[in-house]
Design a protein around this ligand. Structure first.
Ligand SMILES: [Zn+2]
Length: 254
């Protein structure tokens, strides 16, 4: 597997966006693999000037590849807000592959944002384009990575080296059961997991989580049963074998 892009294939392109798309898609088409199943073959499904989509020929999981110059980032800009929200509600959002590259196109890192963690609370609506722009009125979105949390950001390449494929797939597959759930439920699970990780310890108490109730209320101001939802989400995370119930309000990460 190679960690640099062949610059010659983009020689006939002028625009920076097109060059980035052509180089990154050729590199991932040659070196990429499916994070869900055992397939090492991904097909390019469609291309436009902003990003390229890939689909696994085996399990049909879809991916959107984006090349970035700065990583880590607090937020990543993506396509149209309305389209993103409807894909989230339909459960058809692709997983994002965020590729960090150097000036001369060496790949420094690749981080997969798990599709199940793309939920309404992680999407920020941008200001509509203004003025005389051809696309005036068009409204894009940002993906808020702090709302996704560390569990939803799975490293594939780190510090210029591929991580073992099976380890990456194991981490990625752990969250596939969430794909069956509604966008609202997935949002709760992702937020609960982020809050639990934020406690910064391997074991915790139910009251530790209740003390963070305000974080949940901020994201779900309409909900009047936050504590019930927290307990329900702890059960979801137990069923996914991410945490263990130790009894009497004690929990541990597995
Ligand atoms: Zn697959």
């Amino acid at each position: 597997m190679e960690l640099f892009c062949d610059l010659s294939i983009a020689a006939r392109y002028k625009s920076k966006g097109q060059i980035a798309r052509v180089l990154s898609e050729a590199w991932w088409a040659a070196n990429g693999y499916c994070l869900v199943c055992t397939s090492d073959s991904l097909k390019q499904s469609k291309a436009n000037t902003r990003c390229t989509d890939f689909i696994c020929s085996g399990c049909k999981h879809s991916y959107e590849l984006k090349a970035l110059r700065r990583w880590p980032a607090a937020k990543v800009s993506d396509g149209a807000y309305a389209a993103m929200m409807s894909r989230i509600h339909e459960g058809t959002t692709p997983s994002l592959l965020l590729l960090e590259r150097s000036e001369n196109w060496h790949i420094r890192s690749l981080t997969a944002i798990h599709s199940t963690f793309l939920t309404p609370i992680a999407i920020e609506k941008r200001k509509p384009l203004s003025g005389n722009a051809v696309r005036a009125g068009w409204t894009g979105c940002n993906i808020l990575l702090d709302k996704i949390g560390q569990d939803g950001q799975i490293p594939v390449i780190q510090e210029g080296a591929f991580l073992p494929k099976e380890e990456v797939r194991q981490r990625f597959r752990m969250f596939m059961p969430l794909a069956e759930k509604s966008a609202e439920e997935r949002g709760w699970t992702a937020l609960t997991l982020t809050v639990l990780r934020g406690l910064g310890k391997p074991s915790f108490l139910l009251k530790d989580v209740y003390e963070k109730e305000q974080i949940f209320s901020n994201s779900y101001p309409q909900n009047r049963h936050i504590r019930d939802k927290i307990r329900q989400q702890l059960q979801v995370l137990r069923d996914m074998k991410i945490i263990r119930f130790d009894g009497r309000g004690h929990y541990s990460f597995l």
